[in-house]
Ligand binder design. Structure first.
Ligand SMILES: C[S@@+](CC[C@H](N)C(=O)[O-])C[C@H]1O[C@@H](n2cnc3c(N)ncnc32)[C@H](O)[C@@H]1O
Length: 242
């Protein structure tokens, strides 16, 4: 079993942008999600993007005038973010997102943890402590926004095989193996090489978070919470500190 960081370093990092549809489509989708959120951000507002990846949300946020701190454990994805982000006001940080408070220079107006990143945390206690830290860090009225897959109801039988993306050169399929509180995610990659097809397999663990569990944690930390439909079947929670 790989750790999350190992899984991204050796398996998903190199193909992540391809998996997301390529830079243009991915940034368009991220931009549309940021536009739909219609965040009330002042010019130059401080925003944190936790588990920022290649900048699917950091880049559109910075294009809208935010100063973004983009934290991720994948060096490769942060390099891609820096290339795609050009001169935009984004500070890439290679660290665990749970350490985000160490990088705060001024209270953020918003903290995002998007695209199923929150399920990568090692246990529910870490999710709870992230939410408590976000509540403590945000400006009054600030927003904590997260989107994630609801793995609380297990898929069964053939449903557990999920085609992620394929083209002439690659086929990525995900297989889900359920445990009581976690799900083991097997990413199976077939890649065309000059010697024929190569198969690469790696697996790691994610949390089976339910929206209700997260909403309860957010409310107990003083947030008002709105639940919405996120991208690609994810749940999106928009929580405002009071
Ligand atoms: C599913 S991707 C989502 C990326 C991005 N938020 C998006 O919506 O495209 C999860 C990202 O979180 C990062 N990640 C996972 N666990 C992390 C942690 N504990 N600290 C920092 N980054 C983490 C991974 O390296 C990866 O880039």
């Amino acid at each position: 079993m790989s750790t999350v960081a190992e899984h991204y370093a050796k398996h998903l990092g190199p193909i992540y942008l391809w998996m997301a549809g390529g830079p243009e489509a991915a940034l368009q989708a991220g931009g549309a999600e940021i536009a739909a959120l219609n965040l009330p951000l002042a010019e130059g507002a401080a925003v944190f993007d936790l588990g920022a990846g290649f900048g699917m949300h950091s880049i559109p946020l910075a294009r809208r005038g935010a100063r973004v701190t983009a934290i991720d454990t994948s060096v490769e994805l942060l390099h891609t973010l820096a290339e795609l982000g050009g001169n935009l006001p984004i500070t890439p940080v290679n660290d665990d997102l749970l350490a985000f408070q160490s990088y705060i220079m001024e209270a953020p107006s918003a903290i995002l943890c998007m695209g199923d990143t929150i399920t990568h945390l090692p246990e529910f206690g870490a999710v709870d402590s992230l939410i408590a830290s976000a509540a403590a860090a945000l400006l009054p009225g600030g927003l904590f926004i997260t989107s994630f897959r609801d793995y609380s109801v297990p898929l069964v039988g053939d449903q557990r095989f999920i085609p992620v993306r394929s083209d002439d050169t690659r086929i990525l399929t995900c297989f889900l193996e359920y445990e009581p509180k976690t799900v083991i995610v097997h990413d199976i990659l077939h890649q065309r090489t000059s010697e024929g097809w190569q198969t690469l397999v790696s697996h790691y663990r994610k949390l089976r978070l339910s929206p209700e569990q997260l909403i309860a944690s957010l409310k107990s930390n003083g947030f008002n919470v709105r639940r919405e439909a996120g991208l690609r079947g994810m749940v999106r929670l928009v929580a405002q500190s009071v």
